[in-house]
Design a protein around this ligand. Sequence first.
Ligand code: SF4
Length: 421
Amino acid sequence: MNEKMISKLEILAESAKYDISCASSGTSRSNKSKGVGNAHGWGLCHTFTADGRCISLLKIMLTNYCMFDCAYCINRQSNDIPRAGFTPRELADLTIEFYRRNYIEGLFLSSGIVRNADHTMEKMIRAVKILRDEYAFNGYIHMKAIPGASNELISQAGLLVDRMSVNLEIPTEKNLKLLAPDKDHLSIYQPMRHIQQNLLENIEDRKKIRSTPKFVPAGQSTQVIIGATDETDNQILQLTAKLYKRPSMKRVYYSGFIPVNGYDKRLPVVQEVPRVRENRLYQADWLLRFYDFDVNEIVNDKYPDLDLTVDPKLSWAIRNPQFFPVDVNRDSYQKILRVPGIGVKSAKLIILARRHRKLNLQALKRIGVVLKRAQFFILCHEMRGFKLLHSSEEYIRLSLQEKPLLEAKTTNMPQQLVMGW
Ligand code: SF4
């Protein structure tokens, strides 16, 4: 690779690093004869940058020139930063070269907007077409759809890539207009709707003709910036819940605001959003998708923001003592799933195991229940006393709050999602 390409790569990979809507999953495409690469569901290896963001793919921008001036973006027009752009051919060659050297397993492609949305989108499509048609590349490709791009181009792109994302960025239109005056929610929701419509039609077509090419088989995702504006967690999660009602929406990513343009008066005075808020939002998101929680149970007008001291499931449990105790030997799967310390897998195992014998603490521990948390909320074979009744809210909080997480407030250390809570 010559020096010019290395310099472009440095600039454009650096410019792409703030977009986190790139986790790769949920698709599979096996290698066609004489092609290279393949994409497997959950099969791409993930690595994380020092700040915990996913970089499992070659994450790159086609260009970081941009005619828009979004206040929160490093690549905005008014910033004096090194600029570069690949031709579609250069980008395709680079990707395939990296793939063959085993550096990457797929591509996450975004771009600044040059000339207009359609012009930019056409160039991105051309790069992906070279990869798919000329190089027969079957690996995972995630492409950012450019807000305002025409339906025809979105349809073309969707047949070439595995996942598309259109970033919402700011949850409310008023604040989006304030920070990104060139954008509006219509130009974001329209491609989202078009992707969904095409995807649903594609599913029907494939039922009739099996060989119909797949349209964005891994669905779509979006990203919301947290803390650049004054939206509450309630507003953010209500929006998330609505998005998840769309069948094609696979993931909403929450990106804590990073003040890359500190001198812009439109931006908040906060230096950086506490990482713990981002983490709590992901935990709440998990409750919506896998634990059958309604968004209003997690946040509402009375509790507009997530409790930063404990996770949202525990916070809900403490606020709803009338729901407990849950008897692990008798109560339903849905009730057991609500117990802090019992995850989806443990709840399923409890239902299976209790068919054969009454479960005691030892059995629960073997199943994977986190008894330190669950003890306050359950009854089981040998635990007739109900600890919650004898424990104050303060005692439970003190026993279970995640001190290291709070101390990590604004560090750049990777944050693990707490799955078994
Ligand atoms: S359109 Fe995208 S790349 Fe351009 S300034 Fe806005 S966020 Fe940045």
